[in-house]
Design a protein around this ligand. Structure first.
Ligand SMILES: [Zn+2]
Length: 164
């Protein structure tokens, strides 16, 4: 019995305390990331700042879009909470149009990215383009902001794991 308890404790410590990568990372989509300035409000478009699963889906998404001759460019991936807060204040306490409805974004959890149409003077103008991209996203397991019921967010894609 004692041995059994020790084995369980050992397993728990290996699983939860030690490597935040490995099995834990695989199950809970967790990884270590290149540190960024969390106080910065700059846009980050590096795919390596996404959670492992989201990054894989983003790569698959880009591949499929290319196959379908959709010129997609990823404009934003991980978003610091500082940037999210700044975006939230835009149109509320600071000038500019309202661009977000929430302070808790999937971007801050590394599970969302935004796209634009590349090689065009009007990157948000082609709704058909965003619909096609949204359908590809849904097909591979992403949630597409194009289909958000309350506030449509055409350029937005996110990954919603089963446990969150
Ligand atoms: Zn977004």
């Amino acid at each position: 019995m004692k041995k059994f308890i020790i084995a369980i404790l050992l397993l728990i410590s290996i699983f939860f305390i030690f490597p935040k990568t490995g099995l834990y990372g695989l199950l809970f989509d967790w990884d270590r990331y290149e540190p960024v300035d969390e106080n910065s409000t700059e846009t980050i478009s590096d795919l390596n700042q996404l959670s492992p699963k989201t990054k894989k889906l983003a790569e698959k998404f880009l591949e499929k879009c290319a196959e379908n001759n959709l010129a997609v460019e990823i404009t934003e991936t991980y978003r610091t909470q500082a940037r999210q807060n700044m975006l939230y204040e835009q149109g509320r306490s600071t000038p500019g149009p309202i661009v977000t409805w929430t302070k808790t974004s999937k971007h801050t959890k590394r599970r969302a990215f935004d796209i634009v149409k590349a090689n065009t003077s009007n990157p948000y103008g082609d709704e058909e383009f965003f619909k096609k991209c949204a359908d590809i996203g849904e097909e591979i397991g992403l949630t597409s902001g194009y289909y958000f019921e309350r506030y449509q967010d055409m350029p937005h894609f996110e990954y919603n794991p089963w446990w969150n």
